[in-house]
Design a binder for this molecule. Structure first.
Ligand SMILES: *[C@@H]1O[C@H](CO)[C@@H](O)[C@H](O)[C@H]1NC(C)=O
Length: 178
């Protein structure tokens, strides 16, 4: 008859083996779950991209993670700002040449200039983003900004993508970013 100590160690080795088997099957289960999730994510990415492209056709553009879009309506700076924020975005505020080109393509298509978000309402001569912070990228037209008549606190984008400081009360194409 086996010694109790031998039996005890045999028992321990059985437990260890079962633990390894269990861990293996658990690992395989997780692996196949991860594979299934990965496939779902890939499928979802295709759907999201399709939806984005459909939404952007024909009045929007995407750059990096940003979407620019117009609803085709026009308004003053304040009403454009309100329209965009009600839609869950903000007035287009291009921060580099690609973003500027995206907005330019939209306004060229509609043949109308648009207000941008940046302005110097707070502090004359210092143009800032809607959320504060002095602007970095600029694309001023020649001789701009000139604050003509002492009351040009907003920025309009011309059809060629260049910027002009302009009074905030004109009617311009509303282009939002999301
Ligand atoms: C502009 O910024 C976007 C991110 O919003 C980025 O994807 C893009 O490459 C940038 N383009 C340039 C010319 O810096």
């Amino acid at each position: 008859m086996a010694q109790p100590a031998v039996l005890f160690f045999w028992f321990l080795s059985q437990v260890a083996e079962m633990t390894v088997l269990f861990r293996c099957s658990e690992f395989q289960r997780l692996e196949s779950e991860v594979a299934a999730l990965r496939k779902q994510l890939d499928d979802l990415a295709v759907v999201v991209t399709k939806n984005r492209d459909a939404h952007l056709f024909p009045n929007g553009r995407s750059v990096g993670g940003k979407l620019f879009k117009t609803d085709g309506s026009q308004g003053s700076f304040e009403s454009s700002k309100a329209t965009c924020s009600q839609a869950g975005g903000q007035l287009a505020s291009p921060k580099n040449a690609s973003e500027n080109a995206a907005v330019q393509q939209i306004i060229a298509r509609h043949n109308k200039a648009a207000y941008l978000g940046m302005n110097d309402i707070q502090s004359e001569g210092t143009f800032a983003y809607l959320c504060g912070g002095e602007i970095g990228y600029t694309n001023w037209a020649d001789e701009e900004p000139n604050n003509a008549g002492g009351k040009e606190d907003c920025i309009e984008m011309y059809l060629d993508g260049k910027w002009n400081d302009r009074s905030c009360t004109e009617r311009r194409l509303i282009v939002c970013e999301f």
